[in-house]
Design a protein around this ligand. Structure first.
Ligand SMILES: O=C(O)CCC(=O)C(=O)O
Length: 303
C-alpha cells in the first residue's frame, strides 16, 4: 500500500486535508506534524504490547529505555515496518538511519506528563530538517489518556529557549520545557494527536509539543522512534544507528546490532520473546546504550 493510499483512507484532521489535494509531505512541511497514519492492524499493535508487558514482568520497567530496538525484535520490526519507512522516506529522503526508540508509558490515572518542549533542543544535529520522530500507539492515545498535543506550524520558527525544571511526574529526563510558554505560542492552538492502536503520528524536531496526564483506566503506551538521514552529523562522540533503508555514504554513525530473536524463546507463542535477551549480553548492552544516550542528552544542545 502506498503512502497516498494510506492518507486517503485516514480520518484525521490533518490528513483529511490531503484528500483535498495536499501532499502529505507538503502537509508535514507546513504543519510539522502528521497524524493519524495507519501503520498496522490493532491486533499487531496489541501483540507488541503483550511482548512488552511479558518483558516488563520479567525485567522490570521498560519505560523510556533508549535503543530498545537493538534488543527487542518486535520493536525493531515495527520501527522498520515498510509503511513506516515509506512515510519517513517521503519526509527525509531515501537514505534512512534508525537512531533511537523508546516505549513511552503513562500508567492509568497517573500524573506522568510531558512538558511543552522541542525535541531538537538536545540532539546536537547539523541539519534540522533531516530527522523525524514517529509515535506509534500500542494502546489508545486519546485526550483522556494523555495523547501528544502539538502546535501545528511551530517548527517553522526554529528553536525557542528552554529551561530545566526536573520533576518526578515529568517524563522528560531533564524536565526541559519552553521557558516562557505564554509568550512563545498559543497553548489553546494545540491539537490533540489522538491515535488508535496501530496508528502513528510523525513530528518534526522543532514542533512544539507536550502531553497531559493519563486520566483513563488503561495504560497509554507508545513506541517512539527517531530517524535521521546519514548526512545529519551529530555533535560530540561518535554515536550509533542502524541503516534501515537506502545507503550511508557518510559513516558518521557506527552501525549497531540488530535483535536476533526469533520469537520462539518461550517455546511457542512468541509473546515472551524479549526474555531471550536476558540469556545473551542483550540487557547489559541495552543498559549501556541507554546510559550513553542519557549522558549525551546532558551535553548536547542545539544553538
Ligand atoms: O509520549 C508523549 O506523551 C510525548 C512524546 C514526545 O515528547 C515525543 O515523542 O517527542
Amino acid at each position: 500500500m502506498t503512502f497516498e493510499k494510506l492518507a486517503s483512507e485516514s480520518t484525521g484532521a490533518s490528513l483529511q486535508e490531503s484528500q483535498l489535494g495536499l501532499d502529505p509531505a507538503e502537509l508535514f512541511a507546513r504543519d510539522g506534524v502528521l497524524w493519524p497514519v495507519p501503520i498496522v492492524d490493532p491486533s499487531d499493535a496489541g501483540r507488541l504490547r503483550q511482548q512488552l508487558e511479558a518483558a516488563e514482568a520479567r525485567l522490570g520497567p521498560l519505560h523510556y529505555v533508549n535503543k530498545i530496538h537493538t534488543v527487542m525484535a518486535g520493536a525493531f520490526e515495527l520501527a522498520t515496518h515498510p509503511q513506516v519507512l515509506d512515510v519517513v522516506e517521503r519526509l527525509i529522503g531515501p537514505d534512512i538511519l534508525l537512531y533511537n526508540s523508546t516505549f513511552i508509558i503513562k500508567e492509568p490515572n497517573s500524573d506522568a506528563h510531558v512538558s511543552w518542549h522541542q525535541d531538537l533542543t538536545y540532539w546536537g544535529l547539523a541539519d534540522d530538517d533531516a530527522q523525524v520522530s514517529m509515535w506509534l500507539a500500542l494502546a489508545p492515545a486519546t485526550a483522556e489518556s494523555g495523547c501528544m498535543v502539538a502546535i501545528a506550524g511551530s517548527h517553522l520558527d526554529g528553536r525557542i529557549d528552554h529551561v530545566e525544571r526536573p520533576s518526578d511526574s515529568n517524563v522528560l529526563l531533564l524536565g526541559q520545557e519552553i521557558a516562557d510558554v505564554d509568550a512563545s505560542f498559543d497553548v489553546d492552538a494545540g491539537v490533540a494527536c489522538e491515535l488508535e492502536p496501530g496508528q502513528a503520528s510523525f513530528h518534526h524536531g522543532w514542533t512544539v509539543h507536550s502531553s497531559p496526564p493519563n486520566r483513563s483506566d488503561d495504560r497509554r503506551i507508545g513506541l517512539n522512534v527517531q530517524f535521521v538521514a546519514p548526512h545529519n552529523r551529530q555533535a560530540g562522540d561518535a554515536t550509533t544507528a542502524t541503516l534501515v533503508r537506502g545507503e550511508d555514504r557518510f559513516g558518521f554513525y557506527e552501525d549497531e546490532p540488530r535483535p536476533s530473536l526469533s520469537g520462539e524463546v518461550d517455546g511457542g507463542d512468541g509473546i515472551d520473546e524479549l526474555a531471550g535477551i536476558a540469556e545473551a549480553d542483550g540487557i547489559e548492552r541495552l543498559l549501556a546504550a541507554d546510559q550513553k544516550m542519557k549522558d549525551s542528552f546532558r551535553t548536547r544542545q542545539n544553538e
